[in-house]
Design a protein. Structure first.
Length: 209
């Protein structure tokens, strides 16, 4: 992964390659308590990006956004994406890249909040990659759900169930979960089935409580 990191900054024509930041990111994604939002998630996004990089307008920028989009992750805070984008922006500026590059990457990272409609093609691509887990095989999806619960172990069960149902219903109520047609082909149908099953399970748990 380090070789890929170095090659990425070379493609971006950075004045300096922030190799120390690579080590900082590895440590961040390896922190205790990261059961899903960890290095495996980043590797998965990078693998998926390799299959669909042809969709990107600025592929190197999307790849860098992948690296940083969950760099800061504290389940007790609601500004993780903002802080991750700020970290990315600081590194990008120190590497001598343009403010336009910094702004585009920051916008893509903030798109992974999944709270509002995203119009930029590259930001849409990162959002689709980030949500691809919803459309994976059933066993993979349920491991994801279990790991999310583990990351929020401090939240009381009833409160977690209610909030989780709200989040999953929000995705299910969209006209399309994924922006890009390619991602819809790969994940949309399975994602909707997984979401319905997860919501049903959460509702059953609430009624049994």
């Amino acid at each position: 992964m380090r070789d890929r990191w170095i090659e990425l900054w070379q493609k971006l024509y950075a004045h300096t390659i922030p190799q120390d930041v690579f080590d900082e990111l590895i440590r961040a994604y390896s922190l205790p308590g990261r059961f899903y939002h960890n290095l495996t998630h980043i590797q998965d996004c990078l693998s998926l990006f390799d299959e669909t990089r042809f969709l990107a307008c600025h592929p190197e920028e999307v790849e860098l956004a992948i690296w940083f989009h969950d760099a800061v992750y504290d389940t007790r805070k609601n500004n993780n994406e903002q802080r991750s984008a700020e970290w990315a922006g600081s590194v990008i500026r120190q590497a001598g890249l343009s403010s336009d590059t910094s702004e585009r990457i920051s916008y893509s990272i903030l798109a992974t909040r999944h709270e509002t409609e995203v119009t930029d093609t590259d930001a849409q691509l990162l959002a689709d990659m980030d949500l691809s887990i919803l459309g994976r095989e059933e066993d993979v999806f349920w491991i994801y759900e279990e790991n999310i619960r583990r990351e929020y172990a401090w939240v009381p069960e009833s409160q977690f169930r209610q909030r989780r149902m709200e989040i999953l219903r929000g995705f299910l109520e969209r006209r399309h979960i994924y922006y890009h047609e390619k991602y819809r082909e790969m994940f949309e149908e399975r994602a909707r089935l997984n979401l319905k099953q997860a919501i049903a399970r959460l509702m059953d748990a609430v009624s049994d409580a």
